[in-house]
Design a protein around this ligand. Sequence first.
Ligand code: PLP
Length: 363
Amino acid sequence: MQPSLIERIIRDDVRAMGAYHVPDSHGLVKLDAMENPYQLPDALRAKLAARLAEVALNRYPVPSSEVLRARLKTVMDVPAGMDVLLGNGSDEIISMLSLAAAKPGAKVLAPVPGFVMYAMSAQFAGLEFVGVPLKADFTLDRAAMLAAMAEHQPAIIYLAYPNNPTGNLFDADDMEAIVRAAQGETCQSLVVVDEAYQPFAQDTWMPRLAEFGNLLVMRTVSKLGLAGIRLGYLAGAPAWLSQIDKVRPPYNVNVLTEATALFVLEHVDVLDQQAAQLRAERATVASALAALPGVTVYPSAANFLLVRVDDSARVFDGVLARKVLIKNVGKMHPLLANCLRVTVSTPEENAQFLVAFQAALQD
Ligand SMILES: *Cc1c(COP(=O)(O)O)cnc(C)c1O
């Protein structure tokens, strides 16, 4: 292939990008991606297999996924009068939001450090991304947010609740001030509260949807134990969702995902129990880490912990040498210098991690 042809066709910013890097985790205890370590119990897996065998693979999905949407609304307590839109993971919903809002010059604003897809997706769709640094303790810098909103007039503001990779829930009053300011005379924006970790936070903006005409709540089943099926959803007023739905690829949720999600929603108590177990484990791991000299553990409402050490690259390598894969986020943002992120897992895997981590600190 001639490089000149590639240069002529592929966008400069795309050619300049690195590929999304997923590290090889073969043979490792995988604690880098906030996956739920628990599978469904054997009896349910057998039932699911039977259910999936009945799925008509030769047919396109029903484009509106009406049954699944109705079920999600009930199970997830979506307020009356609100609708949900489905995505192939919430990553796809973020893409749809970018695409639908990509007027010339439009911007996306979010606190940083935050979820990287907000910025990437904005760039892909040709929107400018504005990152507003959190305070050093990872709380929202309300004044800086309001000032940046007035200056940049963003189309979309993302607030991850709790935030990734810091793990904390932002202060509700700070968030409300932002949502209200985005309805004001100096700034008019859509605010998307990203509740990917809601099962571990047990706190939500969902009931407040009716209160704010510029608010949408995004969730996913990924962190709840179904990362493999790729299903996210966006809840909010039908007037918003019907517009965003126009840029949705019509068959974005495949029939196997739909059938699996419907099945699992019949047994949501199993997932709730797993989430409760992980919340308890989170407390155990956090206090074990906090007891180690030179280690700072940050409060987490998610299924991961953010910890600061003296040299995150060295500790990451030491942990990896002991066959445990975590994530070194130390280079992601200056506020995260020497920070590591570790997913909370089963008691056995957490114990393995703690042994590896403690040894790595002394390397
Ligand atoms: C993991 C994550 C998502 C993406 O979830 P998918 O549904 O798997 O695409 C969205 N937002 C945040 C903050 C996340 O951490």
